[in-house]
Design a protein around this ligand. Sequence first.
Ligand code: SAM
Length: 233
Amino acid sequence: MGHPRAHAAGTSAAEHMDAIYRYQRYIYDATRKYYLLGRDRLLAELQPPPAGSVLEIACGTGRNLILAARRYPNARFYGFDISNAMLDAARAAIARNGLTDRISVAAGDAAEFSGDRLFGAPAFDRVVISYALSMIPPWRTALQRAMDAVAAGGRLHVVDFGEQERLPRVFKSGLRSWLARFSVEPRAALEAELAALALRSGMQLRCEHLYRGYATYAVLEKPREPVSGPSAT
Ligand SMILES: C[S@@+](CC[C@H](N)C(=O)[O-])C[C@H]1O[C@@H](n2cnc3c(N)ncnc32)[C@H](O)[C@@H]1O
């Protein structure tokens, strides 16, 4: 058996994503606005504190970071992605928008990143994961890492494909097979995992099913003081 992070034909996760996005990145923002729903709602609710910090995990072309930086002019933005092809697109877009002094991007893997190593910041006031858990095989690990990167009193915002429970079955199966072509797998256990994570870390969870279940949107809020769990001494 191969390494757990290895993909078809022995490629690494980074090579696999680069292969998917090598050409897609040029039409990514124009096409994805029609089906990566809920991202604008997330950006509207982000509301970082004055001079606060925002990290986007798997930032892709930088679309969310750029819109958020324009919307919240007093905050500082950070993003990382495993695909260098996507990061090239993000860097070009950030420069075109004159935001290089407010948005930093770097290469990193959501399953094993360190905010400190990437950006010299161990924790962030807001952490965002938008339509990426459905592309990350060790998505539960990525979620835990994301939570670890949230500063005390901060929030984790997650949006991704939902279970499409109130949409026609034919739509759901058509969407699933189309998404599979891009290695996207909606996580049926996402809400349960978020609830477990909230319980483990003493966080408040709000989870909503948007657009008849097309998307799942969740916000987890970390307490200001660490919560002592059952194993605390
Ligand atoms: C569907 S795109 C979403 C991009 C962006 N978050 C958005 O909302 O437009 C998914 C992104 O996840 C990235 N990705 C996949 N696996 C990753 C991993 N293990 N670590 C970091 N990024 C990853 C891909 O390279 C891609 O840019």
